[in-house]
Design a protein around this ligand. Sequence first.
Ligand SMILES: Cc1cc2nc3c(=O)[nH]c(=O)nc-3n(C[C@H](O)[C@H](O)[C@H](O)COP(=O)(O)OP(=O)(O)OC[C@H]3O[C@@H](n4cnc5c(N)ncnc54)[C@H](O)[C@@H]3O)c2cc1C
Length: 474
Amino acid sequence: MSAYRTESLPVVVIGAGPVGLAAAAHLLERGLEPLVLEAGDQPGAAVRSWGHVRLFSPWEYDVDAAAARLLEATGWELPDRDALPTGAELVDRYLAPLAATAQLSGRIRTGTRVVAVSRVGVDKTRTVGREGRAYLVRTVADGRVLDLTARAVVDASGTWGQPNPLGAAGLPAVGEAEAAPWLVGPLPDVLGADRARFAGRHTLVVGMGHSAANTLLALVELQQDEPGTRVSWAIRGRSPARLYGGGDADGLPARGLLGSTLRTAVQAGHVELHREVTLTRLTPTAGGQLQVTGTGRDEAPLRLTVDALAAATGFRPDLDMLREVRLDLDPGVEAPARLAPLIDPNLHSCGTVPPHGHRDLAHPDEGLYLVGMKSYGRAPTFLLATGYEQVRSIAAALAGDVEAAGSVQLQLPSTGVCSTDLGAREAAESTGVGFATGSEHGYSAEGPELEPEPAACCGPAPQPVSIGAPAAGR
Ligand SMILES: Cc1cc2nc3c(=O)[nH]c(=O)nc-3n(C[C@H](O)[C@H](O)[C@H](O)COP(=O)(O)OP(=O)(O)OC[C@H]3O[C@@H](n4cnc5c(N)ncnc54)[C@H](O)[C@@H]3O)c2cc1C
């Protein structure tokens, strides 16, 4: 095969999450051939693992328009647009039926992990003759390595598989690997399958995103039925004000309610809050517990003995598999360089983002894109609606429809409290609220008395810039 004869090759989409499947739907509409490779045993595998958690976005924002067109041809109907699905419902009522459509089912390979992406016949250093070459996508399925070729690659593999470590400086705390039996992930099913693990026990939650809030509130609910259940919460910042959030001013009311309910639980003493925490060491005790050592406020020594530790410290993208392609990433945010300033958590804590499409997501290797949650790198504020517009634009670009590709449109609800509403000092200290996945180590703005600003974000006027890419059914 000539490395340059790519017309007959598929566009490989990495990951059958909401954004990967939406990419496939848009590519099909554009007459391009998608091949979706999914590491998990089913489409939506990452969402399934937090299936017990309710989204903050109502159905209206959760469904891609091209995906809806495929589904509607089968008689599918958009669930109540104002209702909030759980992750499990998002899979059962949307992603699974979408993946089962006649158009997509034969174009998705589950149990297939992408381990590397390169260009056929050349390594990363080779410039001459690079452009126009097919991509080589190395996969592992059932323990066997298989190399595939592609005309373009859309990496929608998310970040769920790469949680941030617990220690300071972005590195694991000493003993973190040995503490694995006590680490329960960011979103354990406290009131369901994992209940016995937490009932009557002491759990420490670390982090200050909505994952932390979800887990803390589930533990507080458990406390009411299970005496002796103790809940500690460690944040790196001075105040949880930002997670308490925009309350009534939040464009997604469920997200606002989460923060205000947590505030009440802390004030009532159901949750022991430790501020300005740096964790340094995790040590198993002779009694089968985990000793957590570090410092707290004013460098005071902190020592907690816990039965479980939920690290809701956010996620980072897996860039190892992209080692052999030429990327243009922001060195801090690890997002595409032109997108990064729009979402940099040092500056923005909102989910709201100006519309952006194929141009802002392009890399030196043409036809290669990071989309969805992964496109946000280490920024925690990604929203599905953003990803759906990304892949609409990219599919149009790959099909050569420059005009449609360039006309990016996006409307998002605002958070009601954003770091651009804050002073410079607070913004400098903040790494953002995290939408749902946690902000790294729970940095936050100072001042529990901080009142949320009106629902505007990331600039003087509300961010939604143009309306016109309506979610399904609108
Ligand atoms: C608890 C929680 C609640 C959220 N709530 C909302 C909400 O209310 N509203 C909202 O807009 N957003 C929400 N988000 C944020 C975001 O929209 C979701 O994380 C969403 O799942 C991102 O979709 P995605 O397709 O980019 O990635 P994912 O859903 O993570 O999908 C990626 C897929 O790629 C697969 N994969 C990973 N690595 C590989 C590989 N190497 N090879 C092949 N396949 C691979 C994974 O198995 C997975 O199926 C929430 C996130 C979390 C964690």
